[in-house]
Design a protein. Structure first.
Lengths: 132, 132
DNA sequence: GACCTGATTCGACGTCTGTCTATTCAAGAT
DNA sequence: ATCTTGAATAGACAGACGTCGAATCAGGTC
């Protein structure tokens, strides 16, 4: 159950349109639960660094053995964080011989970016911030 | 210390350019810690729903008294979640008479969207997903 | 086969988080 | 001044989370 978390996120099928969006209409319970899983995965400094290392890697993928030494953490801990990122649908991996390689799944980050992007008009510009 | 969390996020000054980005280069420790605080604030279904209710509100702001009854939670719990969103720099509030009104701070969501957006070229398209 | 190395899984443990009730604070109304 | 209502704070507590060491699994080498 990796990418089951895609309700608002765009669904698994084609979905050209630009996402309902967090900022345009109230999320319902189920949507919020699914979305929260993904943001929760991003809510840890170690996982953010892992994700950015994976995403920015020239060639598109990186070996666990190149990730681990960048942290002052045990190897099982890194493995744990990678698992959470994978369960959130942000990355995927494959074993090749002795090593395991990870890569970004850009669909998910694209969807998140879309969800956080305000529509041109917005729900209404907001009158001002300090009336009194 | 509300908006102290803006390193990668764009800084407090003007910063027209489109953010270093999570996906283009490895985040350093400090950047990751600050960014994680914001994503952590988004990593809860209740807070996501609160944020979306606030953001999508016509007029730009909403009274706490309109938020609370939408949830099956105690009033202090809602207050607690609003505080976390505020500390993350995602919303702000103001008391007007008996009531307290909240509104979105779009700068933060804009920055997050930018951070999650891949640059046109990308760090390199990624060769393919399943070599072997 | 036995052995070695890279990576994941398992259990345990301390900390952090979400929730509650009770209390306090702020602003009006009587 | 006292009371009432809306909201925030304080303290408590169960459950989730991040980390570790030990054990297990997957491949390759000898």
């Amino acid at each position: 159950m990796s990418n089951q978390a895609l309700f608002v996120l765009g669904g698994t099928g084609e979905r050209g349109v630009c996402c309902p969006g967090l900022l345009t209409a109230p999320l319902d319970e189920g949507q919020a639960v699914e979305l929260a899983k993904v943001f929760k995965a991003l809510g840890d400094p170690v996982r953010l660094r892992l994700l950015s290392m994976i995403a920015s890697r020239a060639g598109g993928e990186i070996c666990v053995c190149d990730l681990t030494p960048a942290f002052d953490l045990s190897q099982p801990t890194i493995s744990h964080h990678l698992k959470l990122l994978r369960q959130a649908g942000l990355i995927d991996c494959e074993r090749r011989g002795t090593w395991v390689y990870y890569w970004l799944l850009p669909d998910m980050t694209d969807r998140l970016a879309g969800i956080l992007t305000r529509p041109v008009g917005g729900p209404v510009p907001a009158p001002a911030e300090a009336p009194s």
